[in-house]
Design a protein around this ligand. Structure first.
Ligand code: UDP
Length: 363
């Protein structure tokens, strides 16, 4: 069947979410927003889809098949050569058992889990599986199985960015670089910010929020911090190390509340210690007209136009961040919103995804 909005035939899609937390809880980080946005756009384009996610998912916009079971440990907390582990009654295994049972009802399964099991299971499924890889390389065992799938099932591996893809060894082309996109209508432009900065994301060591706190201390510009606390001890240590910092932790906010704070900030600071696969918060900030100051590594380095929509600074240099904060008046906030509109619309993301899905299905 042909659909109205796109030249692609209408597809029946099964999206299998991350097993590290319920959809909408923030535990999965940016991949939750990506899944949500891709689902929204695929429906708008006339495709049908079903989302499978762990029990406790918080999403009233789409029907979700909620699967019980124990959550997967996050890959970031493990060593590169650790063996693959799964808890008893694993929600990851349960979600993929469900996918196995219903696979005949779908044209394509899309895997959003950064885990070994769905890659390993790929040859055992009759329905094709597209794998959207949401982080850079962190585990030797996962690297190996992704490499094998890229060889045996060409076209099925999708990354956000080239710098993310480049962290994986020995991959076989063709690989897909899908970037990201957001519903721009949900982010309001603000031309006149208050004298405050923002930092948003999962609060976890690889995100290095402490560097942003140091910027707040040294510049005395208040910093609003938003996001899921994934590592409580790490956050407590920061609070103890900087007892008088001009910071305020606002919790994990809905997109609407989050953007209402972000848009009133002079800039968003991004301080990744790792190769950020994309950094959805970068484009959310730009959509509000807010420049982004980031360490020059990973996704943000591919997104931010240095000197025009933010600043890229030497990785791990707090001085570099501070120097950039002092230059913020040279940025035209309209240019930030403009970049979000030109490069990161949901429509453009939908087109890239549709092309990827069609290529997989035509083979
Ligand atoms: N986020 C949110 N509310 C908050 C703070 C962050 O919804 O209060 C979301 C934000 O919209 C983004 C995600 O958290 O989608 C962080 O994703 P990002 O890609 O930046 O990094 P990741 O967590 O995947 O490493």
């Amino acid at each position: 069947m042909q659909n109205n909005l796109s030249s692609s035939p209408a597809l029946k899609l099964l999206f299998v979410s991350t097993p590290v937390g319920g959809l909408g809880t923030g535990l999965g980080g940016g991949v939750e927003l990506s899944l949500y946005n891709i689902a929204k756009e695929m429906l708008r384009r006339g495709h049908t889809l079903q989302i499978v996610a762990p029990s406790g998912s918080l999403c009233n916009e789409f029907p979700i098949i909620e699967i019980p079971g124990n959550l997967q440990i996050i890959a970031q907390s493990q060593e590169r050569n650790d063996p693959i582990t799964m808890p008893v009654n694993s929600v990851l295994a349960n979600m993929w058992e469900y996918a196995r049972q219903v696979q005949g009802e779908y044209d394509l399964i899309v895997n959003f889990a950064y885990d070994w099991l769905p890659f390993y299971l790929t040859p055992f499924f009759k329905t094709a599986i597209a794998h959207l890889v949401s982080m850079g390389s962190l585990s030797d065992a996962l690297d190996q199985i992704i490499c094998q799938v890229s060889q045996a099932f060409p076209h099925t591996i999708g990354f956000y960015t080239h710098s993310q893809g480049a962290t994986f060894p020995n991959l076989i082309s063709p690989l897909y670089y899908l970037s990201s996109g957001i519903d721009l209508s949900l982010y309001e432009f603000c031309d006149k910010p208050k004298n405050q900065l923002a930092w948003l994301g999962r609060i976890s060591p690889e995100k290095a929020v402490e560097d942003a706190v140091e910027v707040a201390v040294k510049t005395n510009i208040p910093l609003k911090i938003m996001g899921k606390i994934q590592d409580e001890q790490y956050w407590q240590k920061i609070c103890n190390d900087y007892p008088n910092a001009p910071i305020e932790y606002l919790g994990f906010l809905s997109t609407d509340k989050m953007q209402s704070v972000v848009r009133e900030c002079k800039a968003v600071l991004m301080t990744p210690r790792w190769v950020e696969a994309f950094g959805n918060v970068t484009i959310e900030a730009l959509a509000c007209g807010v420049p982004v100051i980031s360490y020059s590594r990973g996704g943000p380095a591919e997104i931010i136009q240095d000197g025009k929509t933010g600043f890229l600074v030497e990785p791990d240099s707090v001085t570099g961040l501070i120097d950039a904060v002092l230059k913020l008046d040279t940025i035209n906030r309209q240019a930030c919103r403009q970049q979000a509109e030109t490069d990161f619309s949901l429509n453009a993301l939908g087109l890239r995804l549709e092309n990827w899905f069609q290529t997989i299905l035509h083979r």
